[in-house]
Design a binder for this molecule. Structure first.
Ligand SMILES: [Zn+2]
Length: 204
């Protein structure tokens, strides 16, 4: 069965559901390189409502040698992306609050954009203080796939700009919606808002 974005009840989570909730469980590189990655794929194949996203999170970049990351994206990811339970690439993206070199972050992100287009999978993005860069990437590359900004927590102007550029906004339902984000949600078309739960303790 193929799912569309509008069929998904939880676009970004780190836990499993035993009811009929259609969800996308996120697997980071560190999981994909261990047995837990294999068992997640087996589990997803056994559950109708479980989909997966796979990607290199910006926070992981310093945990692996650069060559290993690129070789995983080049060799491992195409195989995984051919699997019918992989719904999206992510989370990946740009984070200007960490010390990891931005140029390196951008080149790893760029590689994942190429795969997203090639395999027709949307992207789930982690973006911290880098909305301008994300908009620049979309302007420059004109990708066809939608990009979902996960954990979106910003104002209406940025929200509208991102939507205009082909992005969706995913909102964390584990957190109370107050201030900026409450205002944003009330003022943008609901079809561009997706729900996620992420993790309660370790939301990222
Ligand atoms: Zn997460």
């Amino acid at each position: 069965m193929t799912y569309n974005l509008s069929d998904i009840n939880d676009i970004h989570t780190h836990h499993d559901y035993d009811d009929g909730t259609v969800y996308v469980k996120n697997l980071q590189l560190k999981e994909l390189l261990t047995d837990s990655g294999i068992s997640e794929f087996e589990d997803a194949s056994a559950r109708k409502n479980k989909l997966l996203s796979i990607g290199v999170h910006p926070w992981e970049i310093n945990d692996f040698p650069e060559e290993q990351i690129f070789s995983c994206i080049d060799r491992l990811f195409p195989t995984l992306l051919s699997h019918q339970k992989v719904f999206a690439i992510g989370e990946c993206g740009l984070d200007k609050s960490i010390s990891t070199d931005l140029t390196l972050q951008k080149s790893i992100f760029n590689k994942q954009i190429e795969l997203s287009e090639q395999y027709h999978k949307p992207m789930i993005l982690h973006v911290v203080r880098a909305y301008n860069e994300i908009i620049e990437f979309r302007k420059k590359l004109k990708p066809e796939q939608p990009w979902i900004i996960h954990g979106f927590n910003n104002n209406e102007i940025i929200a509208r700009k991102l939507i205009e550029m082909g992005c969706y906004l995913s909102i964390n339902m584990n957190k109370p919606l107050t201030g900026k984000i409450q205002h944003t949600i009330q003022n943008i078309p609901t079809e561009f808002i997706l729900k996620e739960t992420d993790t309660i303790e370790n939301a990222k």
